[in-house]
Design a protein around this ligand. Structure first.
Ligand code: ADP
Length: 324
């Protein structure tokens, strides 16, 4: 057995990572990552969250060796992707977002071919074990095109694991997946994580990250805005919004002491308060005390957008995502 002293503290380590996509005649260059620092502790089930266009795929594609970085350092399982690209890649399994079906192979063959690709000796292959673990044993010799979408997705997870990588990336594993399959995948992800595989999962479902991940990083506009244990992050979600429509147009939303205020369309504004530290009544009293007449109010539960708002609030260099 390997002693843990030999193992890296971080399964993935990203320092100062920048990526600018080259422009073309029609499009200017596009900055996708502005200098990302991110560490994924060994053994964690780590969630990477962010809205579309935040830079998640770019980051993952750099880790997977599919996209070249512009600047910065990346280590996978302690192996630098520039200095030891093959060793770094060998430590990583990637389950891509899109289902790629091997039409000519059976699931067992698909796993054998993949193992061959990674140079796994025959005696060390574990195709049958993986098929069993993912509930595909009875389809081992079926044509892949005869599998359901859910089965194909599970086969892709199996393919990513043929070379026994200590780190697994799952890119939006449950996008467009039905509830039952989602549960099954979650269960399997938990299991392999419990067996020691470090998992990095991208998702735009907050619920998924909440349920599965011990640590969450939020990426927004090419930057990591937060990376912390899920429980800590969720305490930040301990907020509610009251959306107020004033009875007369205001030049700007009122400043309310101790409360976060953000503009909304059509002259409305949202006031965010912490549960346990305030009530809707207190918010409304503060609004009236600021001299604002109230035409209408609505309350909202927090969502990922609110986390962003809470995290970026107070930094004038970062415009509020809801105030566009
Ligand atoms: P996410 O996965 O979080 O949706 P992406 O990494 O796909 O974000 O995209 C980050 C930014 O980089 C976006 O503004 C996107 O338009 C841009 N981008 C992504 N891929 C390319 C590419 N191949 N060429 C140019 N711009 C790209």
């Amino acid at each position: 057995m390997t002693s843990s002293a030999d193992l890296p503290d971080f399964a993935i380590e990203v320092r100062g990572l920048k990526k600018t996509y080259a422009g073309s005649k029609k499009a200017p260059p596009k900055v996708a990552l502005k200098g990302v620092d991110l560490v994924v502790p060994r053994g964690s089930l780590f969630g990477l969250l962010g809205p579309n266009g935040a830079g998640k795929s770019t980051l993952i594609n750099i880790l997977a060796g599919v996209v070249n970085k512009s600047e910065g350092e990346v280590r996978i399982w302690g192996r630098d992707i520039d200095a030891q690209p093959r060793a770094a890649r060998a430590a990583l399994g990637v389950v891509p977002q899109e289902i790629v079906a091997d039409v000519f192979f059976t699931p067992r063959e698909a796993l054998e071919v993949q193992a061959g690709f990674y140079g796994v000796p025959r005696g060390e292959r574990r195709s049958d074990e993986l098929l069993a673990a993912l509930g595909l044993s009875d389809k081992a010799n079926a044509y892949v095109r005869a599998l359901s979408g859910g089965m194909k997705r599970r086969l892709m997870v199996a393919k990513a694991l043929v070379h026994n990588p200590p780190v697994l990336i799952l890119d939006e594993p449950t996008a467009g997946v039905d509830v039952e399959l989602r549960r099954q995948l979650w269960e399997y992800v938990r299991r392999i994580n419990a067996e020691g595989v470090t998992i990095l999962l991208t998702t735009h479902y907050l619920e998924e990250a909440q349920e599965l991940c011990d640590t969450i990083a939020i990426v927004n506009r090419g930057e990591v805005v937060v990376s912390e244990p899920t429980a800590t992050l969720l305490r930040r979600l301990d907020t509610r919004n009251v959306v107020v429509t004033p009875d007369a147009p205001l030049p700007a939303p009122p400043a309310l002491r101790g409360l976060q205020v953000a503009a909304r369309p059509n002259g409305a504004f949202a006031v965010t308060y912490r549960l346990g530290e305030g009530t809707v009544e207190q918010v409304l009293a503060a609004v009236r005390a600021a001299g604002v007449g109230i035409k209408d109010i609505a309350t909202e539960d927090p969502d990922l957008e609110d986390v962003f708002l809470a995290l970026t609030y107070g930094d004038p260099s970062r415009p509020s995502p809801t105030a566009d």
